[in-house]
Design a protein around this ligand. Structure first.
Ligand SMILES: NC(=O)c1ccc[n+]([C@@H]2O[C@H](COP(=O)([O-])OP(=O)(O)OC[C@H]3O[C@@H](n4cnc5c(N)ncnc54)[C@H](OP(=O)(O)O)[C@@H]3O)[C@@H](O)[C@H]2O)c1
Length: 243
C-alpha cells in the first residue's frame, strides 16, 4: 500500500489513475482547486477501495506558496507524487497576449517546476519514491498551433530529465509521461480521430511505468515513433508546414 499525492486530482487522467490506485488500496492525498469536486472524488475513491483519502486545496498561480504546500502534505512522507494539472487555452487567443501567455506558462510549466523543487529535497532525504509528471508530446517540437503549451511542456520535460539525473543516486525515480491526444475536458473542442486515446488507457500506462521504473514514457507507445519522425524533419521544411 502506497501513499500517493495527486496534484490536479480532478483532471480526467488523474481520476482514471486514482481509481486504479484506489483499487490497490493505496492511501491518497488529492489536491485541486475545486473543493466541491474534490470532496465527491474522495468519497467515490473510498467506495472504490482506497485507504485513507485526504484532500487539500491547490491552485497553480504566482502567489502560491509551493514550499508551504509541500510542507503541509509531507507530514508522513510520500511514496509517489503525480502532477496532472494543466491548461490548454487556444494558441490563437494567447499568442499576442502577454498576460494570457504568462498565465498559461505559469500553470503548465512554472507551477510544475516549483512543485518539483519543493518536493525534490524531501524525496532525496527519504531516499525512495516516485515523482511522476505528466508532460506531453507537444513539448517535443514547437508547432504554430500550440507552441505556448508545447514550450511549457518542453520546459517541464527538460527539468524532469535533469532532476532524474540528480535523483538517480538517491533511489528516487522521476518518470516523465508524454501522452498524445487524449479525450478529456481539456480537448473537448477538438475533432477526434484514429490517434485519440481515452484517459483510462493513459492511467494504465502510468501504473505500468511505476511498476517498471520507466524514465520517459510515450502513451500510447506509438507516439514515441511519431515524435521521432516529427523531430527528424529539418527545420527548413518544418517551418513551411501547417501543423
Ligand atoms: N488531454 C490531452 O490530450 C493531453 C495530452 C498530453 C498531455 N496532457 C496533460 O495531461 C494532464 C491532465 O490533463 P487532462 O487531459 O486530464 O485534462 P483535464 O481533465 O482538463 O484536467 C486539467 C486539470 O488541470 C486543473 N487546472 C487547470 N488550471 C489549474 C490551475 N490554475 N490550478 C490548479 N489546477 C488547474 C483542472 O482543474 P479543474 O478541474 O478545477 O478545472 C483539471 O483538474 C495535463 O498536464 C495535460 O497538460 C493532456
Amino acid at each position: 500500500m502506497a501513499r500517493i499525492l495527486i496534484v490536479g486530482a480532478t483532471s480526467a487522467i488523474a481520476i482514471a489513475s486514482a481509481r486504479l490506485f484506489a483499487a490497490r488500496g493505496d492511501d491518497l492525498v488529492l489536491a485541486a482547486r475545486n473543493e466541491e469536486r474534490l470532496g465527491s472524488l474522495a468519497a467515490d475513491l473510498r467506495v472504490r477501495g482506497a485507504g485513507a483519502v485526504d484532500t487539500v486545496s491547490f491552485m497553480a498561480q504566482p502567489q502560491q506558496d509551493y514550499q508551504g504546500f509541500a510542507g503541509r502534505v509531507w507530514d508522513q512522507g510520500l511514496d509517489c507524487l503525480l502532477l496532472a494539472h494543466g491548461s490548454l487555452r487556444s494558441q490563437d487567443r494567447c499568442q499576442d497576449d502577454v498576460t494570457a501567455s504568462r498565465r498559461e506558462f505559469e500553470v503548465n510549466a512554472l507551477s510544475t517546476i516549483c512543485l518539483l523543487a519543493a518536493f525534490a529535497g524531501r524525496f532525496a532525504e527519504q531516499g525512495a519514491g516516485n515523482m511522476v509528471v505528466i508532460s506531453s508530446v507537444a513539448g517535443d517540437r514547437g508547432r504554430q498551433s500550440n507552441y505556448l503549451y508545447g514550450s511549457a511542456k518542453a520546459a517541464v520535460s527538460t527539468y524532469c530529465q535533469g532532476l532524474r539525473n540528480r535523483m538517480h543516486s538517491s533511489g528516487v525515480r522521476v518518470i516523465t509521461i508524454k501522452p498524445g491526444f487524449v479525450d478529456t475536458p481539456m480537448t473537448a473542442g477538438f475533432e477526434k480521430g484514429l490517434l485519440w486515446t481515452q484517459p483510462e488507457q493513459i492511467a494504465s500506462g502510468i501504473l505500468r511505468a511505476l511498476e517498471r521504473g520507466s524514465d520517459v514514457v510515450y502513451l500510447p507507445w506509438f507516439w514515441r515513433y511519431i515524435m521521432l519522425v516529427i523531430r527528424l524533419i529539418p527545420e527548413r521544411w518544418f517551418k513551411r508546414l501547417s501543423l
